[in-house]
Design a protein around this ligand. Sequence first.
Ligand SMILES: Nc1nc2c(c(=O)[nH]1)N[C@H]1C(S)=C(S)[C@@H](COP(=O)(O)O)O[C@H]1N2
Ligand SMILES: [Mo]
Length: 410
Amino acid sequence: MDETTYDRLRLEQWRDGRASGRGFTRRDLMRLAAAVGVGGAIGAGSAGGAARAADGPIVKPLPPELFTVFGTNAETRWESLKDTGYLVPVDRFFVRNHTSTPIIDPVTYRLKLFGSGLRAPVEFSLDQLKRLPRETITAAVECAGNGRSLFTTQQGQTVSGTAWKLGAIGVGRWHGVRLGTVLRAAGLRRDAVDVQPQGLDANFVSGGVDLGPVRRPLPIGKALDDVLLAWELNDAPLPPDHGAPLRVVVPSWIGISSIKWAGAIEVAAEPLFSPWNTQFYRLFGADHPAEGTLIDEQVVKSAFELAWGATLPLSRTTLTGRSWSANGPIRHVDVSTDGGTTWRRAHTTGPNLANAWQRWRIDWSPATAGQHTLIARATDVTGATQPVTVPHNTLGYLFGAQVRHPVTVA
Ligand SMILES: Nc1nc2c(c(=O)[nH]1)N[C@H]1C(S)=C(S)[C@@H](COP(=O)(O)O)O[C@H]1N2
Ligand SMILES: [Mo]
């Protein structure tokens, strides 16, 4: 069997396992969590490079016209993307930090790989990584909780977590080396099943418990498919807030998979667990089993490049926006300017890349002044679209319903 076939089979195997409900029970998860120990960043040794704390949780400026700040996180204002290009400029790219942006010395930095899925532990300097075959991809990083506040404002439901609107997404051009290239260079064993990158940021403490470094496993099939280890964003060195000197970029998967400040990668011949795949980033609630439902891929979403509650003139205006889906490119986008009663097809503009987004525009001549509700509804290449409502989950992930965007015409 050649390597590609092996990789494909592993991914299929992993997906089949999930589809047939061969999940782990909550007790299994707790037992495993106990086995690896609290803060179970096992085997990494000392951190790969000196990290020091920056002055605040986020280093770059966060002007209020570009961002809404929530503690250690900053959401992009959609109106600030109007008239920008296909990529989100770094000065307005959202930031999601569990703790704080660390400042890491790129010279002493090392990426450490270890675990039962490798022939031996090995480490790479940044220069060594840069001598491997390089690659550039355009891909979105989007938080699983993007749109979370809409569970409450549209569906009247209680959810916990950062109350994002739709600005916890950014599309960037990422340059680096494929994770698969690094894994093979590191001496990947054929029985490896999971790959878990971990960050060099401070350990995440929740409810007084030290959960260790931010980390979440990827199945080997995904790790060998299209995952990148990036040191550049939009043709410039990766900025501190987005993971310098090296971050993981996992196309089409929830943002937590894309570990920033990656200092170590565990490669294992057995399934790996961390709080980020047992406690967080699972769907909990009435529609789900007690141990929750693991999530990985994103859903279909759309946003207008307009302020929330924007004021528009009582004359012809051009509405612009973007739509995206983890399943592939967008087939079409329909817009309603009357709260969902009638729909018109938007004109799509520019590239329509898988793993990124499709920009669109449509003219609107409001007939009356006052409050109006705009809705954009995308359909992707697989026919997947945006429903009127989505099932509740307590942590507020994957809000893929049609968003009712309020505007005032005056
Ligand atoms: N080490 C580390 N990696 C991390 C995080 C973090 O807090 N620490 N946050 C994750 C989450 S939840 C998201 S949504 C993305 C956000 O990437 P960005 O801040 O570059 O937009 O990074 C992910 N990688
Ligand atoms: Mo996230």
